[in-house]
Ligand binder design. Structure first.
Ligand code: 9MR
Length: 453
């Protein structure tokens, strides 16, 4: 087959498989993921690779969630049990599953004092620094392009009133600078992944969250790369949802980072648990930069706090009142039941439309960055395509959050959705960006129409 025909053929195949993969997500308006997408957020869950073979587990996961966090599979003990020997099998299984379902993946976690192999704690400072940077580099390289956000450093601060770093091999041997070093290394490995700090007991305003707040503020003021802060949100009667939860999320967002609820579970049952879930979801929705929520497991059956029944599905995968409350807070509505099956879906059909807008976001001598926002019309869409025509000899040097192809002149660029941003709820938007080299021509490209599927 001639090369161009082969490319076209591959493109058709890709388009067809994308529609298949996305159809259930877009059509299931009564799921947590699709309701959250309608609010411009994701709704995810922690996933354990060893349960993916259980059909009710995988069925509930695929029907309800559009983001996953590997619960243990990407931790240091799972990925580098002995020095410089990396094992990715279990984590790869989760990432492949997520990709096949068009789910975002949060990488968890690169630098953490817990689940740390003893060979790491035994190292002296010089070796530890290079082991830390090597670990970040190798793990991020392996997953480059597949992870929307990484928990680069997890749980570095002490509980209680000290506001100090927790004692760990990293803090004790490398000093407080290890956090900054980890973030700088991470940015250099995968500049497109969001880099997050993640912690617990930082959900309200308190000494610990104040310490994290001061760190983020300092990082932002000195240009240390940090994009997001995760609030784990493990709640029970001893550690309830704080009354200033939303205010705390907001003050971090005001520093110029995204915030996420990363490990949500709330012990309890019935109406009390449902109200707590509803309040947490509403707090996230009230903060523009709260980009998504992740519950720490699909079902009470496999929760790390199983006896506290803290999740949205019971041990038989039935929807709990907490599920209905979370869904209602997201603006969705439940069809009841919940048997772990997949009710199926379908293509939203012929009324899929989209609109586009263009912004030139930054300019320098030889180049500029452009951002194209794609917005779904009054029906959900499964995919989109946008065309941009550049004035020669301008050339696109890099592009993110989309999949580009060029015509034979090299001036007309067609961009279709990346694997993770083609599925949009009615009225929802996403964007892709690019860097163009001016090559002496300062014009702005002409934006063509948006085609939706
Ligand atoms: O849910 C995880 C559980 O299966 C592990 O045994 C435990 C070991 O440390 O880690 C749990 O997940 C933790 C997460 O990675 C970080 N925040 C606290 C979570 C609950 O302990």
């Amino acid at each position: 087959m001639p090369r161009r025909a082969a490319q076209a053929f591959t493109a058709v195949l890709l388009a067809a498989s994308t529609v298949t993969a996305l159809s259930h997500t877009a059509a299931a308006a009564d799921s947590l993921g699709s309701a959250a997408a309608g609010k411009g957020r994701y709704f995810g869950t922690a996933v354990a690779a060893n349960h993916l073979g259980e059909s009710a587990y995988a069925g509930t996961l695929d029907r309800e969630f559009n983001q996953v966090t590997p619960e243990n599979e990407m931790k240091w003990d799972a990925t580098e049990g002995s020095r410089n020997t990396f094992t990715f099998g279990n984590a790869d299984q989760i990432v492949s599953h997520a990709q096949s379902q068009n789910m975002k993946v949060r990488g968890h976690t690169l630098v953490w004092h817990s689940q740390l192999p003893s060979w790491v704690s035994g190292l002296g400072a010089t070796d530890l620094r290079s082991a830390m940077n090597n670990h970040i580099t190798q793990v991020m390289q392996h997953y480059k392009g597949k992870i929307y956000a990484w928990d680069v450093v997890n749980e570095a601060y002490q509980d209680g009133s000290s506001g100090a770093l927790r004692s760990s091999p990293f803090a004790d041997k490398l000093g407080s600078g290890f956090i900054e070093e980890a973030f700088r290394t991470a940015r250099s490995v995968d500049p497109n992944a969001k880099l997050c700090y993640n912690d617990y007991n930082t959900d309200g305003v308190n000494a610990k969250s104040n310490a994290v707040y001061a760190m983020v503020k300092d990082f932002k003021s000195r240009g240390v790369p940090i994009d997001c802060v995760g609030f784990q949100s493990h709640f029970n009667s001893a550690s309830p949802v704080p009354s200033d939860y939303q205010a705390n999320l907001q003050r971090f967002a005001d520093l110029g980072v995204d915030v996420q609820i990363t490990e949500l579970d709330i012990e309890g049952s019935g109406t009390a648990q449902a109200n707590n879930y509803s309040n947490v979801v509403k707090a996230c929705l009230a903060v523009t930069r709260c980009t998504g929520l992740t519950v720490w497991g699909v079902t009470d059956k496999y929760s790390w706090r199983s006896s506290g029944t803290p999740l949205l599905f019971d041990s038989n995968y039935g929807k709990k009142p907490a599920y209905d409350a979370a869904l209602a807070a997201l603006g969705g509505s439940s069809t009841g039941g919940g048997d772990g099956g997949n009710p199926g879906g379908g293509n939203p059909g012929g009324n899929a439309t989209c609109t586009v807008s263009f912004a030139r976001t930054s300019d320098w001598n030889d180049g500029y960055n452009g951002e194209v926002t794609v917005k779904a019309g009054s029906a959900p869409i499964n995919g989109w395509t946008v065309t941009l025509t550049f004035a020669p000899p301008q050339k696109v040097a890099s592009l993110w959050n989309g999949t580009p192809s060029w015509d034979s002149s090299g001036n007309v660029m067609t961009v279709r959705a990346a694997s993770y941003n083609g599925s949009l709820a009615a009225g929802a938007s996403t964007s892709f960006g690019f860097t163009a080299a001016k090559n002496g021509n300062n014009s702005t490209p002409t934006l063509g129409a948006c085609t939706a599927s």
